[in-house]
Design a protein around this ligand. Structure first.
Ligand SMILES: Nc1ncnc2c1ncn2[C@@H]1O[C@H](COP(=O)(O)OP(=O)(O)O)[C@@H](O)[C@H]1O
Ligand SMILES: [Mg+2]
Length: 309
């Protein structure tokens, strides 16, 4: 099956010598919502800018529905709508004109009913005759979204769409994103450094750090892994084998029997720790010390989030 976007061995070294992307391989499926998660400076905007033809890649290949972004630039680009991270909208034009103009840029015939629908969906309809410079920051961002959608793209990039955005717009945006995917089969790629946002909306999550795509995974799978924790129990006495009474727990005996490791699911209703401790006590196993540890994936996320604080 052809992918919405296929990225292979993509690297970018800026003139400054900075390697912003390093050998990124990523296939984006048609109709999926993919969240690219990563701290500031990870390379998210660079990746999007290359796919959209704003930045030249140093190495590697990108195709959009099979169209190479360099040799078939126009065919590739018209499939894409981009809501950039930075606001830059023409200030003296009206909302209606600037959104209609965006459609014209792609050589599409005027379709006023579509523009009207977009403006209504984005609660911009009563502002259609206002000049952009009269609008608040939130309204300008709505205009950016309308502009990105005006030529009916099959793929939509949202670069940090909710950074510094009010709750109202965030809700409207997620509603619109869901509807675009459900009704129009639009593929959506958004970047964010909020885990919660990825959790809320994405089908798949990619984590990018220091120019490398360090993992791409189904959100559910990621959450399952994220939800794993482990409890380490140092025992007072060496245990040769696990007592049968503890058979129902996911337990491993380590360090020559001095340590018990219990793995549990933090998403589960019960962690089982309470009953495990009671059963250990009943079996006459006494504990010297205990410690909990989160799985490495969660470690990655925690590190990422801390870096962006
Ligand atoms: N035009 C540029 N010239 C030189 N370095 C750049 C340029 N744009 C971005 N960078 C650098 O590339 C790295 C990745 O930036 P960017 O793609 O904007 O990351 P993100 O969007 O994940 O915050 C950063 O270190 C940034 O400073
Ligand atoms: Mg960015």
């Amino acid at each position: 099956m052809q992918h919405a976007i296929s990225i292979s061995k993509l690297s970018k070294v800026y003139d400054s010598g900075l390697a912003a992307l390093q050998e990124v391989d990523l296939d984006i499926r048609n109709g999926e919502i993919l969240a690219l998660l990563g701290p500031n400076g990870a390379g998210k905007t660079t990746l999007i800018s290359i796919v959209c033809g704003i930045v030249n890649p140093t190495n590697g290949k990108v195709s959009v529905q099979g169209h190479d972004i360099i040799s078939e630039f126009r065919a590739a680009r018209e499939l894409i709508g981009l809501v950039p991270q930075e606001l830059h909208v023409e200030t003296f034009e009206t909302v209606w004109d600037t959104v209609s103009y965006s459609r014209g840029l792609f050589g599409k015939k005027p379709k006023p009913e579509l523009i009207e629908q977009l403006l209504r969906d984005l609660t911009l309809w009563d502002k259609k005759d206002n000049k952009i410079l009269e609008l608040s920051g939130g309204m300008k961002r709505r205009v950016m979204i309308a502009k990105a959608l005006a030529h009916e793209p099959k793929i939509l990039f949202l670069d940090e769409p909710t950074a510094g955005v009010d709750v109202e717009l965030r809700k409207d945006m997620w509603q619109l994103v869901r509807r675009l995917r459900e009704e129009g089969g639009v593929t959506i790629i958004l970047t964010t450094h909020y885990i919660e946002e990825a959790e809320e909306i994405a089908d798949r999550v990619g984590v990018i750090n220091k120019g490398r795509l360090i993992l791409v995974e189904e959100k559910k799978e990621l959450m399952r892994k994220l939800g794993k924790k482990q409890l380490t129990l140092d025992l007072n006495d060496v245990l040769e084998t696990l007592p049968e009474a503890l058979g129902r727990y996911d337990l491993d005996l380590e360090n020559g029997g001095e340590r018990l490791v219990y793995r549990y699911d933090t998403q589960a209703e019960r962690t089982g720790i309470g009953s495990l401790l009671a059963d250990l006590n009943r079996a006459g196993i006494s504990i010297k010390d205990l410690d909990t540890e989160q799985s490495s994936l969660e470690d990655i996320f925690v590190t990422l989030v801390e870096e962006t604080r």
